[in-house]
Structure formats: C-alpha cells, structure tokens
Design a protein around this ligand. Structure first.
Ligand SMILES: Cc1cc2nc3c(=O)[nH]c(=O)nc-3n(C[C@H](O)[C@H](O)[C@H](O)COP(=O)(O)OP(=O)(O)OC[C@H]3O[C@@H](n4cnc5c(N)ncnc54)[C@H](O)[C@@H]3O)c2cc1C
Ligand code: SF4
Length: 330
C-alpha cells in the first residue's frame, strides 16, 4: 500500500497552483484510468488533485454553430447531450462505443483525452517498456503487437492511442483549452500528441501541470451527417482494433467536403489527410472511396501480426462513406 495525498480543488487557480508546487502530482478526473494504473504500480503520484467538482462541465453551442465542452463533463453527459447528437453525431457515437455505461458515468472529457495506451507491456511493471521506463526497450515490436500501430510508429514504441472520443475530435479540428499557474492557453488537437520518435514517454504537448479546461469544436455543417464506427474483438466493452470518424458533403454526385480520421492505428487519432485530398472533387462512389483509402494506407507500415488492420480500415472507409452518401440522397 503506497500512501498519497488527496486534495479536492474547488477552483481552477487552486488546482493549477497545487500542480505547480508539486510537479509529480496528478489531476484526478473519474479515476477510471489513473486509479487502475496506481493499483498496478504503473503510476505512483504522491498527490491527487481531484478536479471533478470544478465548474467545468458545461456543454454549449458556440456562435459559429460548433460546441464548447467542459473538461469535467462526463462521457455520458457528452454522449447524451442533444446538441452533441444533432451537430456532431460521430462524437456521441464514439463516446458511446467506449467503455461501459458505469464507466462513462464517471469518466471525464479531460481524463479521456489523457488516458494511457492499452499496450499490455506498458501495464505490466515486470516488463521493459520505453513508454513507462525510458530506455528500457520495447518488447512489443518483436512480441505481442496484434493491436499496435500501422502508421508512424518507431523502433522505440508502436503503441496506439485508445480513445474513441479523440478520433471524432481529430476529424473535426478540435482545440484543447488549458490553464497553468501562468495562465490560460489553447492547443490545436492536431498538435496535442508528440511524434513517437525516441521518447514515447513524452506523449502530450501540453505544458507541465496544465489542467485541461475544455475542448472546442468549430462549426461544420457536414458534421451533422457524421458517423463513427468501431471494430473490436467482442461486441461490447473492448478497445478498438480499428475505427473511423467520417463526414461527407456531396453535391451533384461529387464530393464537396470530407473529414476522415482513424482510431487504433497510431499513437494518436489518425487524420486521413491523403484520403481527404484524394476524394475532393471526385465522384461519391464506392470505387472512389476505396481509392482514397488506398491513398492513405500507402503510408502504412504494419508489423508482422497487425497487417489485418490495412483491409479493415479500407473496408471501414468504403462502408461508412457509402452509408453517409446513401442517407443523404434518401
Ligand atoms: C474496462 C475499461 C474499458 C474501457 N474502454 C474504453 C473504450 O473502449 N474506449 C475508450 O475511449 N475508452 C475506454 N476506457 C477508458 C475510459 O474511457 C477512460 O478510463 C476514461 O475516459 C478516463 O477518464 P477519467 O476521467 O476516469 O480519467 P482519470 O483516470 O481520472 O485520468 C486519466 C488521466 O488524465 C489526467 N486528467 C484527468 N482530468 C484532467 C484534466 N482536466 N486536466 C489534465 N489532466 C487530467 C489524469 O491526471 C490522468 O493522467 C475504458 C476504461 C476501462 C476501465
Ligand atoms: S509499444 Fe510502447 S507501450 Fe508498448 S511496450 Fe513498446 S514502448 Fe511500451
């Protein structure tokens, strides 16, 4: 049993000051990831600063028709909110595809963004792991990696980001707001994750001690017809083997605007820019959707035991974009 100090923050300044005074402390959201990691010894913070009572749980429509979602809103709050369902259905579907009802009732937006990888070696303190102990090695590259990355991994780490919600945020150009003891800041979600490189332990580009206060999704008309689909090894309560958040605007049979992001294929949600570029101005047909997926997947470098993700992602692109197109023309 390891002792740790627990403080409940009642305002943002107190929370960020406590982290500035004790850089090894951690913010506590729902605790559904952090407390599990403390039980197994992966995380050993000397102090937890509980942020759940901070007044950061509002979900509001912004002037441009987008959304601002507070960091302490629960995953259930997000999935059930009528404006989330109406304006960004892919986001509501992504959140509902994650964890279980009980977990979603306590898990927060901020905690979801910062949940750690589900690589089995990372969770096992008897194993080496560069993400947990820098320089100790990466047994997954030669070992168990059937659910690891196919894009942009390095010899130092091939872990994937586990969040479903984050895939929808990547598709719709979200920004993350935060506060430190020095004041507020904002980070585009495309810059939120650091490249894997040689230091997979340095995952997130937030400044030290930053409290996530919320996320902003800019208004996007096509998001109202967006979808999220997740493939996993059992029907519920499992992390993705591959997933997609997508939206499509078709005019006169031609793709006018498109957003595509994949989950479970990289250390971060993978925005499929090459596929989007390939589709703009092309006919909205299954053949073109497949060609766009191929344009993105040309950069994939699967490991020996996760090559199945390449056709899995291709099939997701074709089926989800076809469904959105058919629904729009009904
Ligand atoms: C069995 C199980 C199955 C799951 N399945 C899925 C799944 O399929 N898909 C999916 O996406 N997720 C899944 N999850 C993950 C779950 O959604 C996350 O555990 C949850 O979102 C984390 O939220 P939390 O508020 O509990 O975070 P916590 O555990 O409290 O915190 C996680 C991290 O975030 C930090 N943190 C929390 N809030 C803030 C803040 N405001 N600012 C800065 N740092 C902060 C903490 O310090 C910690 O490092 C699953 C979890 C479990 C236990
Ligand atoms: S893939 Fe990353 S998280 Fe998994 S063992 Fe290797 S370094 Fe650790």
């Amino acid at each position: 049993m390891r002792e740790f100090d627990y403080q409940r923050a009642t305002d943002v300044r107190t929370a960020t000051t406590l982290l500035a005074e004790n850089p090894d402390a951690r913010f506590l959201g729902g605790g559904t990831n952090l407390v599990d990691l403390m039980k197994t010894g992966v995380e050993n913070p000397p102090q937890l600063v509980d942020v759940r009572r901070l007044p950061l749980d509002a979900i509001e429509v912004t002037d441009d028709g987008g959304l601002r979602i507070g960091a302490t809103a629960t995953n259930s709050d997000v999935a059930n909110h009528p404006e989330v369902r109406r304006r960004f259905p892919a986001l509501a579907q992504a959140v509902l595809a994650g964890a279980s009802g009980q977990l979603r009732n306590v898990a927060t937006v901020g905690g979801n963004l910062l949940q750690r990888t589900r690589c089995g070696y990372f969770a096992d303190v008897t194993q080496p792991c560069n993400k947990r102990v820098p320089g100790s090695g990466c047994p997954a590259i030669e070992g168990e990696h059937h659910n690891h990355a196919i894009f942009d991994w390095s010899e130092h780490c091939a872990a994937t980001s586990p969040s479903d919600m984050a895939v929808a945020l990547a598709a719709f150009d979200a920004a993350v707001s935060y506060e430190t003891a020095d004041g507020p800041g904002e980070l585009s979600y495309s810059d939120f994750h650091r490249p894997v490189g040689e230091r997979p332990d340095q995952e997130i580009a937030l400044p030290a001690g930053a409290l996530i206060t919320g996320i902003t999704l800019p208004g996007a008309a096509l998001a109202a017809r967006s979808r999220y689909r997740k493939v996993r090894e059992r029907a519920s309560y499992a992390f993705a083997n591959g997933s997609i958040a997508a939206a499509l605007e078709v005019r006169n049979g031609v793709v006018d605007d498109v957003r595509i992001a994949f989950g479970a294929v990289a250390n971060r949600p993978w925005r499929a820019h090459a596929a989007e570029r390939a589709l703009l101005g092309r006919a909205a047909t299954a053949e073109e959707f497949g060609a766009a997926a191929d344009a993105e997947l040309a950069a994939a470098t699967p490991l020996p035991h996760n090559g199945y993700k390449v056709p899995l992602i291709r099939n997701l692109v074709v089926s989800v974009l076809t469904e959105i197109t058919e629904e729009a023309t009904r």
